[in-house]
Design a protein around this ligand. Structure first.
Ligand SMILES: Cc1ncc(COP(=O)(O)O)c(C=O)c1O
Length: 375
């Protein structure tokens, strides 16, 4: 690493730690690399972890990649893990609990889940991938557990990759840095270390679409029409980087932190406007999962809808070129995990939420379209 790169990295890590309110941060090439390194640094290889059934499939894949086992827990209607339905024999078998803050909204159950973890002697790891900068009480998400993991591209950072680990523990930080160094590029060789699964939307351009270099299809691409455009969806094994951000990317990270308050304000105002429109025009058709909260950072606005109107709403959004993401499917039904996971209860709420919830994007045109919708 050049001395400039080392200095910029150290400075960014220092600023991140100050911002999150922890002693150490360790920057990585992605959120999944941050999670894998964290699990290994906490000595969780071979151990079981309680993990929400309703989250990104990368999470259990990374848990397995790190040599640990996910135990899926159903969620509550506020999208947090439902600790009331975890049998004692299962929590006793687990060593850690992965606290999940989806869509930039840490929910009201954090304290309750922390109490549950403490009673059952479970280490808490916070998955803050989608919620950089969100607050819980007067603390930042990611500063509550033994460690927190972040993914930069989700909300404020103008980056396509990158993540970090936040921790107050000196031993975990030291081990994470050592692991990052061991797993990273050796000079003159490739930094690409396989493999993880990633869903990638490829835009059709003159009949050419490609997954990221070095990856392979897990199933054949599927197409979907969207206005005049056809999108191809495919799932690939994607190489990922433990550490390889460039100096430019680090500089962009530093300037994002400097303007965070301003960026958050603009985003919060937009979210408030969208929620107001929903209230005025789509009241009862779309119901926000959470009321507006200043502390949230809203990577998306999750709203509940009546499934009978769901297809019409989705078609309407698509006709206005509003990219509405696919919802998560309950992970306990995913055959990828059958052999390496356990399920601690029937995941009824996860199934309900996957059918009745849509994560709306926080985009300016969202405030202008509601009046045009006739259901
Ligand atoms: C909840 C959650 N955790 C972890 C990750 C992994 O982050 P990354 O894509 O930066 O590897 C993601 C990514 O989408 C996520 O949504």
């Amino acid at each position: 690493m050049s001395s400039n790169l080392t200095e910029t990295l150290e400075y960014f890590e220092e600023r991140l730690a100050q911002f999150i309110g922890v002693k150490h941060t360790i920057v990585t090439g992605s959120g999944r690399a941050a999670l894998e390194i964290t699990l290994k640094s906490l000595g969780l290889e071979g151990k079981s972890l309680l993990c929400s059934c309703f989250t990104c499939s990368i999470v259990p894949q990374t848990i397995i990649k790190a040599g640990a086992y996910p135990c899926f827990v159903d969620i509550r209607k506020n999208l947090s893990s439902d600790t009331d339905n975890i049998p004692e024999n299962l929590s006793q078998r687990c060593s850690a609990l992965l606290m999940n803050y989806l869509y930039g909204c840490p929910t009201d159950s954090v304290e309750e889940i922390s109490d549950f973890a403490q009673q059952n002697e479970l280490i808490i790891i916070e998955d803050v991938a989608q919620s950089f900068g969100a607050e819980i009480g007067n603390r930042k998400a990611g500063s509550i557990g033994e460690a927190g993991i972040f993914s930069f591209p989700k909300v404020f950072f103008p980056l396509f990759r990158g993540g970090c680990i936040a921790t107050n523990r000196d031993d975990v930080a030291e081990e994470a840095r050592a692991l990052r160094a061991r797993l990273q590029i050796s000079p003159g060789k490739t930094s690409i270390i396989q493999t993880n699964v990633r869903r990638k939307a490829g835009l059709l351009i003159s009949n050419v679409y490609r997954p990221i270099k070095g990856s392979k299809y897990l199933f054949p691409p599927q197409s979907k029409e969207w206005g005049n455009t056809i999108y191809y969806y495919f799932e690939t094994t994607t190489p990922y980087h433990y550490w390889n951000l460039t100096e430019n990317e680090l500089e962009m990270g530093i300037s994002t932190l400097e303007s965070f308050a301003y960026l958050k304000k603009i985003r919060s105002n937009l979210v408030k406007d969208i929620l107001l429109q929903i209230d005025e025009k789509w009241n009862g058709i779309l119901t926000p999962v959470f009321p507006y909260r200043e502390e949230y950072v809203y990577s998306k606005i999750p709203v509940l809808m009546n499934p009978s109107q769901g297809e019409k709403i989705k078609a309407f959004l698509q006709s206005h070129r509003i990219m509405q993401e696919m919802n998560y499917r309950p992970l306990c039904n995913n055959s990828l995990f059958f052999k390496k996971s356990s399920i601690c209860s029937p995941c009824v709420t996860s199934s309900y939420i996957s059918q009745c919830m849509i994560p709306l994007p926080v985009e300016p045109q969202m405030t202008q379209i509601f009046n045009k919708c006739v259901l």
